[in-house]
Design a protein around this ligand. Sequence first.
Ligand code: PMP
Length: 443
Amino acid sequence: MDPVTEPEVVRHDTRLDRYVGHYAARTHGMRASAVRALFAVANRPEVVSLAGGMPNIADLPLDVVGDAIRDLVLEHGTQAMQYGSGQGEPALRERICEVMSLEGINAHPDDVTITVGSQQGLDLVTRIFCDPGDVIVAEAPSYVGALGTFASYQTQVVHVAMDDDGIEPDALRAAVEAARAAGRKPKFLYTIPNFNNPSGISQSLERRRQVIRTCRDLDLLIVEDNPYGLLRLEGDPLPALRAMDADQVIYLGSFSKTFAPGFRVGWVLAPHAVREKLVLAQESATLCPPVFSQLAVASYLDRHDWRGQIEAFKDMYRARRDAMLEALREYMPPGTTWTTPGGGFFVWVTLPDGLDAQAMLPRAVNARVAFTPGTAFYADGLGSRNMRLSFCYPTPERIREGVRRLADVVNREYEVHRTFGLSADEAPHRQLDTFDAPAPDLS
Ligand code: PMP
């Protein structure tokens, strides 16, 4: 057939991927969520979703933001809509240093690189440090989006357990030493010291000191991911790891939870030499992070009482967290345990022995409640008895109703298990219809 003279053949069957043999090996670790179809159902209004991690930004002063953006276009439009610096706008980098000072960080704007959300910070840091086969040591459970990034660079994640005070330093040391003894190269520790996504666990002050000491001893870089630190619901923020050691720590920050995720503005604070590599990586990824978004965020910080706004967010999230904890106490069967987060967005539930959270998800969605199964947050298949429940988005009343529905499902499962020693999966049950799904909310 002559492709120039013959009409194009319209392909109706798009299921077969003719490029299947052409993709780079790094795509092999990229997987759609096993529960993608269920998340589409979870977004229906009759379902209480305790699954996503979307911040509730309904209380933002849209008039202030609107005025700021209007003035930005009218007064600085040609700058705001132009290319900018690969490192990010200086005015915003200065403001970011002010934000970080609330967690004890003393930084120079020159050491800050702006990123497209902290998600891009994770990508750039992995890109400049990791070759295929390198090891990343990560507390378990860990943020699913970070695990996806690490997989896309063909690294191997070695998990280290947490207790109530965060990652365990002895287990951390043992994991790094074992990896080195096996001839592998652990490149950094990935940790979320404040209100870990998904577990809600935070490092105590003493644990922070131990983690720093251990990593210094091991000569292991720390990547500190801290989107939730300012959402501490009781007391003052604890010092960031970066506040305790400027050389050992690369710090990732974000405006997604303290302002709004749609601007996609985050940042990396890194030792000077690392910062230079990050800027080169940022230039090759995007040329420059979006100038318009950066100036809009800077203008919001200039015009609005953003500290007061964070206090208002905290009041709103506190009521939601308390509603969730109270409902869990009231409705969950014996043998079920959960964390009591001091901030952030998530509670981590551990089901009684023998129950499987992922197997329970279709039944939960049938009962019009959704959660995220624990296995999403481990690179090694653990977490089957766990669920992540987010309290950030639904109202306290909906949270209460969602937990009540979920507890019904868990209770039924628990009864079946106690009576027959089976999970309800193995017993007869109604099948859930699945639907074509948009991308799940992986936040
Ligand atoms: N790190 C953690 C721990 C998160 O929970 C999230 C998003 N929920 C991110 C990074 C990415 O956030 P963003 O890109 O919006 O800054």
